[in-house]
Design a protein around this ligand. Structure first.
Ligand SMILES: [Zn+2]
Length: 194
């Protein structure tokens, strides 16, 4: 007899949601997609203006495309609380910047997955967009912004680089679009993309 005892799957750890400051409270895994219902881990109930306590007023759902779970496109439905300050009446939302950039459609995990797919595995943007199931434009804009932030806006990116290599490869054959990567060959890290 096989052991029929199952433990609760630690999906939060699987999907690395703890790193995003999220707590999974429900999951629906279908053959072709996965949906994780989450809440924000930290309450964030203190007013940014006057420091008084806020009371929960209502909540809204923030939808984020996340890195694929297995090969399934994964969506996070994050319940975000809205508070109103008892002192000054200021209304604010729970801070979700650990999970995603403001107004972003991709979670930070989804972005990291996309960047790694392009830089390390050389996947096409069309394939990248399939992962979190977002449009090509959404994936492309998010990856470009994140690439700029991580690789280009970091003035210390050449710190500790010992061997630099340049790799150029065709990104889209039909458009003869080339991408150049400047890599730190010692650590196998790409430090610039042009
Ligand atoms: Zn206040």
């Amino acid at each position: 007899m096989p052991d029929a005892t199952f433990t609760t799957p630690a999906l939060a750890t699987f999907a690395r949601l703890d790193e995003l400051g999220l707590v999974v409270i429900g999951q629906r895994v279908e053959p072709d997609r996965a949906v994780l219902v989450c809440r924000v881990g930290d309450p964030d109930e203190w007013c940014r203006r006057c420091g008084c306590e806020g009371f929960p007023r209502d909540s809204l759902i923030r939808r984020l495309a996340h890195e694929p779970f297995g090969w399934r496109p994964t969506t996070l439905l994050v319940t975000v609380r809205r508070y109103r300050c008892i002192g000054c009446g200021h209304v604010w939302r729970q801070d979700t910047t650990t999970a995603a950039e403001p107004r972003a459609k991709l979670s930070r995990g989804g972005l990291r997955w996309a960047l790694e797919g392009i830089v390390v595995q050389h996947l096409s943007m069309a394939r990248i967009a399939e992962g979190p199931a977002v449009s090509w434009d959404t994936a492309n804009n998010a990856v470009l912004a994140e690439g700029r932030r991580v690789l280009i806006a970091d003035p210390t990116r050449f710190d500790g680089v010992q061997v630099i290599g340049v790799d150029e490869h065709v990104v889209r054959h039909e458009a003869l679009l080339f991408r150049m990567e400047v890599g730190d060959l010692h650590r196998f890290a790409v430090v610039a993309v042009g």
